[in-house]
Design a protein around this ligand. Structure first.
Ligand code: NDP
Length: 256
């Protein structure tokens, strides 16, 4: 029951989808959770749900593209809960665009949320992670491992997030800190609709996704949360520097 009792998890993107499911999972196992996103009302709902189940949670409204807000997130987490054992970087965005259609602004925005945010959060949290021999789990994507046309900046941001994971893992291994990534296939969340898909397009995308994932279905946020939890737990104590697919086999397939 209490595998994370006394531990502190800082989770970004906790207002929705994979980050929200991860927050609920960690809290249910005894962790105190600091929850980061921009939408205060969505975070408040997650905090309420966790507290109703007897857990401990604090909402920290912040935008991961703003360095001063990331510094505040780390400061408030440590002030509230006394330290940081686990950092989960789940905040992310997606947008369509090819080499011919991606504007510099769209490119920068993707990199700011999906790559620069995790970089600076890891950097600011690292002294505390070293103190407690903690660990980081970055939420990457199958698009970090394989190339897909039409979501250029997203693919590049996730490939870079994977390499950030691997490099930092080597840099802090001798300090007892582990750094890993999960690489989901299509998971039912708000990501694609927030990225511009209509309800009809999203329904068609999910239907088509049954054929692009060998296990014949898309994923649930709770399934990804289970893997994040495992990688963050002592059971994964000898795992660092990995990008771990959780994608119904998609990363093993060829395009079709
Ligand atoms: P959701 O859209 O459901 O959740 C995204 C989360 O990121 C929200 O909590 C959102 O909160 C937060 N967020 C976005 N921008 C910012 C920002 N600038 N500052 C702070 N928080 C921000 O999508 P998912 O749960 O699917 O996405 C979680 C992660 O999983 C992402 O990194 C995504 O790339 C990755 N992923 C998702 C897949 C999928 O098919 N769903 C597949 C592979 C990877 P708010 O809007 O309140 O700020």
């Amino acid at each position: 029951m209490d595998e994370m009792q006394g531990k502190v998890a800082l989770i970004t993107g906790a207002s929705s989808g994979i980050g929200r499911a991860t927050a609920l999972k960690f809290a249910s196992k005894g962790a105190s959770v600091a929850l980061v996103a921009r939408r205060a009302e969505k975070l408040a709902e997650v905090v309420e749900t966790i507290e109703a189940q007897g857990g401990r949670a604090k909402a920290i409204v912040a935008d991961v593209t703003r360095p001063a807000e990331i510094e505040r997130v780390v400061r408030e987490t440590v002030e509230t809960f006394g330290g940081i054992d686990v950092l989960v970087n789940a905040a992310g965005i997606i947008a369509s665009g090819t080499i011919e259609t991606t504007s510099l602004e769209a490119w920068d925005q993707m990199m700011d949320v999906n790559l620069r945010g995790p970089f600076y959060l890891i950097q600011c949290a690292m002294p505390y992670l070293i103190e407690r021999k903690g660990n980081v789990v970055n939420v990457s994507s199958v698009t970090g491992l394989r190339a897909f046309p039409g979501i250029l900046a997203y693919c590049v941001s996730k490939a870079a997030l994977d390499q950030l994971t691997h490099c930092v893992a080597l840099e802090v291994a001798d300090k007892g800190v582990r750094v890993n990534a999960v690489n989901p296939g299509v998971v039912v969340t708000n990501l694609h609709r927030a990225g511009g898909m209509t309800e009809e397009e999203y329904a068609a995308f999910l239907e088509h996704s049954k054929t692009t994932h060998p296990l014949g279905r898309v994923g649930r946020p709770e399934e990804v949360a289970e893997l994040i939890f495992f990688l963050a737990s002592p059971k994964a104590g000898w795992i660092t520097g990995v990008s771990c697919p959780i994608d119904g086999g998609r990363s093993q397939t060829c395009a079709r």
